[in-house]
Ligand binder design. Structure first.
Ligand SMILES: [Zn+2]
Length: 208
């Protein structure tokens, strides 16, 4: 089912405008282009964020990890590292003209804190919390790009709670989009899931 223009405009107002407001509050960004195996993304570092370099390193580790697992980066992948208190770790996937973008904001809980029941808080060799947070957000971006408008359609099968969430993480039980991002993050860092989990992940169009 196609999304109405009214609904698209509502999403643009809610999401893109909040992205613009939050990033507009940053005085100055230092921009960096990062390329790995011929795939590129942009990293924006708030000059007032003392953790910006560490967040950028986590973003690079995430990009390397997913490319090494055989994935292409989602469209127009950017990371915005800032200490602006309003900013959450989040993937925005539509610009003002409804183009698909992958603009990931990394706020004050990118490297520590945040939800203790998320995959990012698990003790996984070779990955710190920031790395897994970035992989999780890229998972949302890949999922949104794969599903298209359907990602925002309340009539699609992405609302409500995933049946197999408990086998993934506490955070995965939030809703089906979080389930997909948590399974993706788990797979990228070497977790293994049951057939039931993987079947459900595929049913929602999880990145594969
Ligand atoms: Zn998420």
């Amino acid at each position: 089912m196609a999304l109405s223009d009214a609904r698209k405009n509502g999403i643009i107002t809610m999401e893109f405008c909040s992205f613009m407001r939050q990033m507009g509050a940053v005085k100055s960004f230092k921009q960096e282009r990062y390329t790995y195996k011929n795939q590129a993304c942009q990293i924006f570092k708030d000059k007032d964020d003392g953790e910006a370099t560490a967040k950028a390193n986590a973003a690079k580790k995430a990009v390397k990890t997913i490319i090494d697992k055989g994935f292409d980066l989602p469209p127009d992948l950017r990371f915005y590292c800032t200490s602006n208190y309003e900013v959450q770790n989040r993937a925005f996937n539509k610009d003002a003209a409804w183009n698909t973008v992958s603009w990931i904001t990394l706020g004050t809980t990118a490297l520590q804190g945040g939800r203790p029941d998320a995959t990012s808080s698990m003790n996984i060799a070779g990955f710190c919390k920031g790395d897994i947070t970035c992989i999780h957000e890229i998972g949302h971006a890949l999922h949104a790009a794969a599903r298209g408008d359907d990602f925002h359609d309340p009539a699609a099968n992405l609302t409500g709670r995933a049946a197999n969430a408990a086998a993934v993480s506490g955070y995965a039980a939030s809703n089906k989009k979080e389930f997909v991002a948590e399974v993706f993050a788990g797979l990228m860092v070497g977790r293994h899931f049951s057939t039931a989990v993987m079947d459900e992940y595929m049913q929602y169009g999880g990145p594969h």
